[in-house]
Design a protein around this ligand. Structure first.
Ligand code: URA
Length: 240
């Protein structure tokens, strides 16, 4: 269920404020009845009209993008830098599911389905987010254990579900580490490694739930299948 003014605004015919005015002034009907009070909730089965014109129900769209480096995870940028939605050919107002930093690459989902996005980003659902991080320095077992036990950042504890050392390069003094987390706080992976003493020089999200980039090259995308969307919905509030 969504608030009526939000649904009207999401259809693109009016801003949220204008939608509230339309409701107050008696322009809006739900299932044929004029509604003038604020806060009425509607769902997909309700027919909503504004001045007699029925709102088209927006079809849901789902995309998987292999996000390139140097792109902002947003739908617009005031400095005119490239944003992730520039890569997707659609007229629908889609948004990214969670965030990747400007210099992070890899799996990014985009949709206009808020519930789908919530399922994937809610820590309660314990969806795996798997990252491959290149570190400056050779990481030690002790630091890997610290990440698994949990590190404190700004008073909150962040625990890695899994940490795997993939490769070390003694000459270049770098380590490649795969880390799995369930939350998606701002710069979380970089900050977790900083806390145990390592700078992340490259970061790629290899997996988000079951999604990987597969054969997609940097900047390429594909639509999700109905089956893939259903699998996400089946993970809603799963108890682990
Ligand atoms: N953690 C980070 O530090 N950056 C990202 O882009 C994603 C997770």
């Amino acid at each position: 269920m969504e608030r009526l003014q939000k649904v009207i605004a999401a259809s693109g015919i009016a801003s949220r404020r204008k939608a509230e005015e339309l409701i107050k002034n008696g322009h809006v009907k739900v299932n044929g009845e004029v509604v003038t009070e604020m806060g009425v909730k509607v769902d997909n089965s309700d027919s909503i009209s504004v001045d007699g014109k029925i709102l088209e129900k927006e079809l849901k769209e789902y995309y998987l993008l292999n996000k390139p480096r140097g792109v902002i995870t947003s739908t617009s940028d005031d400095k005119n830098r490239k944003v992730v939605t520039d890569y997707i050919n659609t007229n629908t107002r889609i948004f990214p599911v969670g965030r990747l930093d400007y210099d992070t690459t890899g799996v990014l989902l985009l949709t206009n389905d808020g519930e789908f996005a919530n399922i994937l980003t809610s820590p309660r659902n314990k969806i795996d987010k798997v990252y491959l991080a290149k570190l400056e320095g050779i990481i030690k077992g002790e630091q890997i254990n610290q990440l698994k036990d949990g590190v404190i950042i700004d008073g909150d504890k962040y625990k890695a579900t899994r940490v795997k050392l993939k490769k070390i390069n003694k000459e270049k003094n770098t380590s490649m580490v795969e880390i799995t987390i369930h939350e998606g706080k701002n710069h979380q992976v970089k900050r977790m490694f900083e806390t145990v003493g390592y700078h992340v020089s490259k970061l790629t999200r290899e997996k988000f739930g079951d999604f990987t980039c597969g054969n997609l090259k940097s900047g390429e995308y594909r639509k999700l299948t109905i089956k893939e969307v259903q699998v996400v919905y089946s993970q809603k509030n799963k108890e682990v």
